[in-house]
Design a protein. Structure first.
Lengths: 413, 255
């Protein structure tokens, strides 16, 4: 690896690392869009700084970008607080207006100055990693070090403020300054990301790694760490790809590598991934189906005075016939000459299921107004969910209605 | 003379210039269980939030133990409404309960083994120790509510404010909360609870605060939780009023 590539890789991986960790808080605070507005709103400041100082030093340009980015966020806050414009519309307005202004300003620069400098400004739109020099890396590293130190030092404070504003304030934490502090960290990380990823896509560097990391862990600390590693990783992968294929701008390639990572996490995560989730949902539906089928067999038998129903009476769908075979395997029912007969253990099990269902039904009929949040019919029994006196009352009610399941099986006919 | 635990002095709270609480004057003292009652939109939560400094007070003052709230934060424990947070947040039950110790820790210090012991102990008191390492989204509503209670216990406060802790919880949770309220009072703490189920008022609380934008009445259940006061508070809401009458009648002989 030559010296230049090493410099670029160092810069981009540090950038991804710190953006990923700050991004976790941004995403959890549900401010991802604000990050994007901040990035877009930085363009007029960046170009303005160049117009004002006529210099191309990164520090000066990024200082200008930071100022106009923060003005953009302030405008969002003012619009949504003092006018009838809602926050999402305010973000949309600031994002496009500031970006439009930035583009107009940069054309103005283009018409006025020599070709060399305008090419420099254009690279801030989509990012150009090749231009990163050792001095820039030092600058990125300083900002990153500051960011990580602050996150480490105030991890507990940021955690409580992000999770529960009201509680944090009641506990005496200055929630508004802490929130602002987080936003300021987002802002400086957007700035150092501009040269490599560009105005249009830099927010993705904050959002993608954090969103992907969320799928793999349920601890905030682990999520921040993982997101940092993801950020660094996609930075390196994206940079290498864009360096080796001519004409590919770095920003989009980094974002696309992040997207691949996110898609993979979304599908494959063992606990939260879509595949695992549809697997669990599928089996949940099967278990409900199995319970309902057992209940139907029990109630059909009950209705027929103890004589077992035929298979056609209780099985109406293909999945139900599959459920029936599972009931057979569990030893709760047996098939005899086309009839579905409950075994002795099936009788006990069936009675539990039917009783649970009838108690729920009695509860819903008796107390329709208060049943709302408590009536979870996927729970087989009301015990432990409803108060003991209520359970006793409902049991008496079901008994009085003559709906207490008490099937006993005669000899097979 | 000793200053009262809570002195709400002529407090008015307004959202967008619409007063939600009007000129409320309240003195709360002694270890008592106090229910805050009133119809929907009566300003029950707002009263709590005003005392805790979570909403701007348009006029009036709140004093805790004779001093401004900012100096007395350590004395206060808070159980917000369950809906106020995102339960998908990546924290475990223990993490949330540990947050109760943050106030005592102060800036920059991380919770250590001492704080963990406090958190575990608080979880034991609400019967959730076995779920300490679960992500909070996997809990039932009642368990989530108990997590919030455990966090408040970990605050080790002298004065507790709870916003509808018994809304939509299962029987086990209701029993736990009921037991805890008594335990806290026995330890000499004051507990102020926003409550919506009139039926359980006489069995849960020593005092009630009846609120409907203005303060309707405040005092011991026996003398304050009366038909007359409930009518002033719930007005034309006949169903609530009839129910309340039944409850008052039923609880009268035991007093």
């Amino acid at each position: 690896m030559d010296y230049n590539t090493a410099i670029v890789l160092a810069g981009v991986s540090i950038l991804g690392l710190t953006a990923g960790s700050v991004g976790s808080f941004l995403v959890l605070r549900k401010r991802a869009l604000a990050g994007d507005a901040l990035a877009h709103a930085s363009l007029p400041g960046l170009v303005g700084a160049f117009l004002l100082f006529e210099r191309r030093e990164l520090f000066i340009l990024l200082a200008g970008a930071l100022v106009s980015g923060l003005i953009g966020i302030a405008v969002v806050a003012i619009l949504s607080r003092y006018t009838r414009i809602k926050e999402d519309a305010s973000i949309g307005i600031v994002l496009s207006v500031f970006f439009g202004l930035g583009i107009v300003l940069s054309r103005f620069v283009q018409n006025r100055t020599t070709a060399g400098s305008k090419a420099g400004l254009d690279s801030f739109l989509l990012g150009k990693t090749a231009g990163i020099i050792a001095q820039d890396v030092l600058f990125i590293a300083v900002v990153a070090g500051f960011t990580l130190a602050l996150l480490l030092l105030m991890f507990k404070e940021f955690k409580v403020v992000t999770f529960d504003q009201g509680f944090a304030r009641a506990q005496g934490w200055p929630t508004v300054p802490l929130d602002f502090c987080l936003l300021a960290l987002v802002a400086v990380n957007v700035m150092i990301g501009l040269p490599a990823v560009g105005v249009v896509l830099v927010a993705a560097l904050l959002i993608l790694p954090a969103s992907a990391a969320r799928f793999w862990t349920d601890r905030l600390g682990h999520m921040v760490l993982l997101s940092a590693m993801f950020g660094g990783g996609i930075g390196i992968v994206g940079t290498l790809l864009s360096a080796n294929v001519s004409g590919l701008p770095a920003g989009p390639v980094i974002v696309l590598s992040g997207t691949v990572l996110l898609l993979f996490s979304m599908l494959a995560s063992p606990r939260r991934g879509l595949l695992a989730k549809s697997w669990r949902d599928f089996w949940w539906a099967r278990s409900i189906e199995q319970r309902c089928l057992l209940q139907e067999i029990y109630e059909e038998t009950e209705r027929a005075g103890g004589s077992p129903p035929t298979k056609a009476d209780v099985v109406h769908r293909a999945t139900e016939s599959w459920a029936l075979s599972r009931l057979v395997r569990a030893g709760w029912v047996e098939l005899q000459e086309g009839r579905v007969r409950l075994t002795s253990s099936g009788l006990v099990r069936g009675q539990e299921v039917v009783l649970g269902s009838r108690l729920w039904q009695a509860y819903l009929e008796e107390y329709p107004d208060q049943a709302g949040p408590l009536a979870d019919l996927s729970m087989e029994s009301i015990d432990g969910i409803l108060p003991v006196e209520l359970v006793t009352h409902l049991q008496r009610l079901v008994r009085e209605q003559g709906r207490w399941p008490a099937l006993s099986m005669g000899e097979p006919t | 003379m000793k200053s009262p635990m809570v002195h709400v002095h002529d407090v008015t709270v307004a959202y967008h210039r619409k007063p939600v609480l009007w000129n409320v004057d309240l003195v709360l003292d002694d270890p008592r269980l106090i229910g805050v009652l009133g119809p929907n939109g009566a300003g029950k939560s707002t009263l709590l939030k005003a005392i805790l400094g979570l909403v701007p007070i348009a006029s009036g003052t709140v004093e805790i133990g004779g001093k401004p709230l900012a100096k007395q934060r350590r004395l206060i424990g808070y159980v917000p409404q369950r809906e106020s947070v995102d339960w998908e947040f990546p924290v475990t039950v223990l993490d949330v309960v540990l947050m109760g110790t943050y106030g005592r820790l102060g800036w920059f210090r991380r919770p250590g083994s001492k704080e963990r012991a406090i958190a575990i102990q608080s979880l034991e008191r609400v019967g959730l120790v076995d779920l300490a390492h679960q992500q909070i989204g996997q809990l039932s509503g009642g368990q989530q509510q108990r997590t919030f209670l455990a966090r408040a216990l970990a605050q080790d406060a002298a004065l507790y404010f709870m916003d509808e802790p018994m809304a939509g919880v299962d029987a086990a949770t209701e029993r736990v909360i009921f037991g805890l309220l008594r335990e806290l009072r026995a330890q000499g703490k004051m507990v102020v609870v926003v409550h919506h189920d009139l039926r359980t008022v006489p069995s849960y609380f020593d005092d009630v605060i009846l609120l409907h934008r203005r303060l309707i009445a405040h005092g011991p259940v026996a003398s304050t939780f009366t038909r007359e006061n409930l009518r002033k508070c719930y007005g034309g809401n006949l169903a609530a009023l009839e129910m309340a009458a039944e409850i008052v009648a039923a609880s009268a002989p035991t007093k």
